[in-house]
Design a binder for this molecule. Structure first.
Ligand code: GDP
Length: 451
């Protein structure tokens, strides 16, 4: 006998004041809870009904609000689910939460628990669950589009199609192993080899080095580099003051790195001002500062793009150390245009050189346009094929493709079959069809309560 699961409830809207606050209640006692709090009756399924919500004991009113009733399995969680839409005041929320908490069989949901139940009841697979988390966290248009696609099963469909074909190949291979030569259709081995090669050719482009999907989730990392006093922080501040969307207050102002999260043309960028790669690292800088600079360097190394800032008032020859920081993935910025023009011949590729004044704002528009262009090139959603948005997708697919390539080379059909099983298991991890127990906690940690 399976145990009757708890019925969980949570405030699904953010805490604090708002127009409305939504509670969700999921589990076998959800219907009873809804009936007790309203007028003893359940509304017709999936239709909003305006009711007076009352405390279970003394029947004093809590609020008037809309209630919805989704009998399982046709609900988000797959269980009986009720939704209360109340006025979004702190006292209303506290009163409703108090009333729900005293009902038998009800308890407050843990973070991600509604979605966990949706997963357990096969309403969403793992990739879709991640899509949901990404959609909630999406800050720019491109992030939203990709997350919505993944939540809608875009990636899952591709992976499941691969799985289905791989299962079929594996089955044919088993037949080859089990049956005597003469009973098998001619050309079976060749057909298996052809289908395997085709699968690999389809999977490999998803592993191309540019990590587009992961970068899109994280935001393109742009590091501002340059000597002290060239105007790096002024540049960051000038960009912050300009009319670009600053997408989050995640900015961590630490000694070493100050971050600005931007939405440029729908693409997320994280612009980081490093503490300055000081030439005087050895002299007069305390340990923290040294650590700060080490991090700045590390960040520049791992970042996607660099803005290397020069001081236009200084001789270029005197800024050799800065020039050494310019790489193929750099935009060169001559700052203090209001004081001096940029050098006529800098020696850098002309398309990557910008003259700006952090003080007057001159030239910033062109620089931001160029950044937006680079972002589009690096993160753009060409063709609309789903992206691998997480390292774990990539890792699973790497294992899968490696196993398939091994299978192609395998000397014995038995070894080939074993490689196919490994490939299948790896693919299954993406959608959570197999071997996922250890992954679940990682995935569900991303959720907060009420989701
Ligand atoms: P950082 O050390 O590279 O971050 O440089 P800061 O942003 O602190 O700037 C150093 C000095 O240069 C400050 O006094 C700024 O006011 C000045 N500064 C920065 N950008 C400009 C600019 O475009 N024009 C002028 N005239 N001064 C600037």
């Amino acid at each position: 006998m399976t145990e009757r699961p708890d019925t969980i409830f949570a405030l699904s809207t953010p805490p604090g004041r708002g127009g409305i606050a939504v509670f969700r209640i999921s589990g076998p006692a959800a219907g009873e809870a809804l009936a007790v709090l309203s007028d003893g009756q359940l509304p017709p399924p999936r239709q909003a009904r305006l009711v007076e919500l009352r405390r279970p004991g003394d029947r004093t009113p809590i609020d008037r609000g809309l209630v919805l009733w989704f009998p399982g399995p046709a609900s988000f969680t797959g269980e009986d689910l009720a939704e209360l839409q109340l006025h979004g005041g702190r006292a209303v929320v506290a009163a409703a939460a108090g009333a729900l908490a005293v009902l038998p069989g009800l308890r407050v949901a843990e973070p991600g628990e509604f979605t966990r139940r949706a997963f357990d009841n096969q309403k969403l697979d793992l990739a879709e669950v991640e899509g949901l988390a990404d959609l909630i966290n999406a800050e720019t248009e491109a992030q939203r589009r990709v997350a919505l696609g993944q939540l809608g099963g875009g990636l899952s469909r591709v992976v499941e199609d691969w799985r289905r074909r791989l299962v079929e190949i594996a089955a044919r291979l088993e037949a080859w192993i089990d049956f005597p030569e003469e009973d098998l259709p001619a050309g079976l081995e060749a057909a298996i080899a052809r289908d395997l090669a085709e699968l690999c050719t389809e999977m490999e482009p998803y592993l191309t080095a540019d990590r587009r999907g992961e970068r899109l989730r994280d935001g393109l990392a742009v590091t501002i580099l340059g000597a002290p006093n060239v105007g790096k922080s002024s540049l960051l501040n000038a960009i912050a003051r300009r009319d670009v969307a600053i997408v989050s207050d995640r900015a961590g102002t630490t000694r070493d790195v100050i971050e600005l999260h931007l939405d440029l043309g729908g693409y997320p960028l994280t612009l980081a001002d490093t503490a300055g790669l000081r030439a005087v690292e050895a002299e007069g800088s305390d340990e923290v500062e040294v650590e700060g600079m080490a991090r700045a360097r590390g960040r520049a190394e791992t970042g996607d793009l660099r803005l290397v800032v020069f001081d236009a008032t200084l001789d270029l020859a005197a800024q050799k150390e800065t020039a050494d920081l310019v790489t193929a993935k750099s935009l060169v910025v001559f700052n203090k245009l209001d004081l001096a023009p940029p050098p006529e011949r800098s020696g850098f590729a002309a398309t990557a050189v910008f003259a700006v004044s952090a003080k007057t704002g001159d030239g910033l528009g062109a620089l931001l346009d160029a950044l937006a262009e680079r972002a589009e090139a690096l993160l753009g959603l060409a063709g609309g094929a789903p992206l691998l948005t997480r390292l774990r997708h990539r890792e699973a697919l790497v294992v899968c493709v490696a196993a398939l390539r091994r299978a192609e080379q395998a000397a014995l059909p038995e070894l080939r079959a074993e490689d196919l099983r490994l490939a299948l298991r790896a693919l299954g991890r993406i959608t959570g069809r197999v071997g996922v127990e250890e992954l679940l906690d990682v995935v569900f940690r991303e959720f907060c309560i009420g989701k």
